[in-house]
Each structure stands twice: as C-alpha cells, then as structure tokens.
Design a binder for this molecule. Structure first.
Ligand SMILES: [Zn+2]
Length: 102
C-alpha cells in the first residue's frame, strides 16, 4: 500500500510539474506575442508569424505582414464607409385619452 501511495504522489508531482511547465511556456509565448519579451537576434529559436509562418523573434507577425496590414489598414481608413444615417424618429403624437361622452 505504501508503494502505491508513493507512486500516486510521484505521479501527481510529475503532473503538477508538467502543468506548471506548460503554463510557464504558454505565459512566455503570450509575453512574446505581446512583445513584452523577445528572442535575442542571435537566438536559433523563434516563433512563427501568425500570418505566413516566417520565423520571428517577437510579436505576432513578421515585418512583411505588419507592413501589408498597415497598408491595408491605412487604405481602409482612407476610405471610410459612409456612416449609415440614423432614421429620424418622427415625433409621435402623444396618445390622448378620449373620453366617450354619453
Ligand atoms: Zn508574416
């Protein structure tokens, strides 16, 4: 019984350790995506551009994709869609109470 208990403890420690490691990796990846962290320029590892898959050191997109998106964004800003005119509400006549005189 003692052995089994130890095994369970061992296993849960491994599981927790693994979970913490996974969380850490996720956290670091998130920081890199948010450009709070970045791989050094001489680092062999990096992350992939979310658009084209190119290797980048930080952020979500490579320079190319960033430029393309910036262009798309500015052209979208240059041609703003005409704002839909709000239908003017007609002033509704107040419901007057009618008394039927008998
Ligand atoms: Zn890219």
């Amino acid at each position: 019984m003692c052995v089994i208990a130890e095994l369970v403890v061992d296993y849960s420690t491994i599981l927790v350790g693994h979970l913490i490691r996974v969380q850490l990796v996720n956290q670091i990846r998130q920081w890199i995506r948010e450009e709070r962290l970045q791989f050094t320029d001489d680092s062999d590892i990096g992350i992939e551009c979310e658009n084209c898959g190119a290797s980048i050191k930080t952020g979500r997109f490579c320079e190319n994709c960033k430029n393309t998106m910036a262009n798309n964004l500015s052209s979208a800003i240059e041609k703003p869609k005409p704002a839909p005119e709000e239908p003017k509400k007609k002033a509704e006549p107040k419901n007057k109470m009618h008394f039927l005189e008998k």
